[in-house]
Design a protein around this ligand. Structure first.
Ligand code: PEP
Length: 253
C-alpha cells in the first residue's frame, strides 16, 4: 500500500563533478525502476546541477536541511522556496547531526517542518534516540518528544508530503544497525503516534524510513518488517553499486 522510499543523504561529500557522475550512474540503473521511489540529497552547491541532470528521471532531488523563513537577514541560510526553485522536491529536516552539532532543537525542527510543507515540498522528518536513551529504556519517550514538536503544526492534509525517518543515533555511521525487530518496535510506535495525531488513514499512508548503517547486506531483512517503508542512507549512498543494491532490496517482490 505504501510505496517504499529510499533516499541517499550525501552529507558533506562530493564536488559538483563527483555528484553528477554518481547521479548519472543512478539514473542509468534506477531511472526506469518501478515500485520504489528514490531520492538523493547532495550538498547545497550540487543541488541545481543534480536536479537538471535528473529532469527526465523519476529520481527526486532532495535537500539536507533548510531555514524556516522565506527570506530576510539570515546570513548563510537557504529557504524552502529557494530550494524548490533549484529543483528540490523533498527536504530532510532534523537530521541527528544537525540536532547534535548544529543547533536544531525540537523547537527549531518544529518551525522548519511547517515551513517546508507550506511551500508544497515534502518533509523527511528525522527522529531517533542516543545510545544512553536506548540503554535507559527511554527511546520511545525521546522519539515522542521529537515528533510531538516537529508535527505540532502539521495536519492530516500534509500526509502525502510527510515522511518520517527513524534513525537511532547509535546506528548512524557506526556500522551498528538496529536489528529489524528493534527498528520495527519503534516504527510501529511511531505509526500509532501518527494515528493519534493525524488519524488512522493518514498514519497508514505515511512512509516511515529506517536509517542507520543500512547496507546491501541488511536492507532486505529490515524492509521485510511491516512498518519499515524505505531507508535514509548515509555512507552506503556514496557508492553507486551499494545504493543501487539497497534500492533494489527495498522494491516489493
Ligand atoms: C544518515 O546520515 O542519515 C545515515 C543513516 O547514515 P549511515 O547510513 O552512514 O549510518
Amino acid at each position: 500500500m505504501r510505496t517504499p522510499f529510499v533516499v541517499g543523504n550525501w552529507k558533506l561529500h562530493k564536488t559538483i563533478a563527483e555528484s553528477l557522475a554518481l547521479v548519472t550512474e543512478l539514473k542509468n540503473a534506477l531511472g526506469a525502476l518501478k515500485g520504489v521511489q528514490v531520492g538523493v540529497a547532495p550538498t547545497f552547491v550540487s543541488i541545481n546541477p543534480v536536479a537538471k541532470r535528473l529532469e527526465d528521471s523519476a529520481i527526486a532531488t532532495c535537500a539536507q536541511d533548510c531555514h524556516w523563513e522565506t527570506h530576510g537577514p539570515w546570513t548563510g541560510e537557504v529557504s524552502p522556496e529557494l530550494l524548490a526553485d533549484a529543483g528540490v522536491s523533498w527536504i530532510i529536516v532534523g537530521h541527528s547531526e544537525r540536532r547534535q552539532f548544529l543547533g536544531d532543537s525540537n523547537e527549531v525542527v518544529g518551525k522548519k517542518v511547517p515551513a517546508v510543507l507550506a511551500k508544497n515540498i515534502g518533509a523527511i522528518v528525522c527522529c531517533g534516540e542516543m545510545l544512553a536513551d536506548r540503554d535507559g529504556g527511554r527511546m520511545l519517550e525521546v522519539v515522542d518528544a521529537q515528533l510531538g514538536a516537529a508535527l505540532a503544526n502539521v495536519d492530516a492534509a500534509a500526509a502525502s508530503k510527510l515522511v518520517i525517518a527513524y534513525e537511532p543515533v547509535w546506528a548512524i555511521g557506526t556500522g551498528r544497525t538496529a536489528t529489524p525487530a528493534q527498528a520495527q518496535e519503534v516504527h510501529k510506535h511511531i505509526r500509532s503516534r501518527l494515528a493519534g495525531k493525524l488519524g488512522q488513514a493518514a498514519a497508514d499512508s505515511i512512509r516511515i524510513q529506517y536509517g542507520g548503517s543500512v547496507k546491501p547486506a541488511n536492507a532486505e531483512a529490515l524492509i521485510s518488517e511491516p512498518d519499515i517503508d524505505g531507508f535514509l542512507v548515509g555512507g552506503a549512498s556514496l557508492e553507486a553499486a551499494d545504493f543501487i543494491a539497497i534500492v533494489k532490496a527495498a522494491r516489493p517482490s
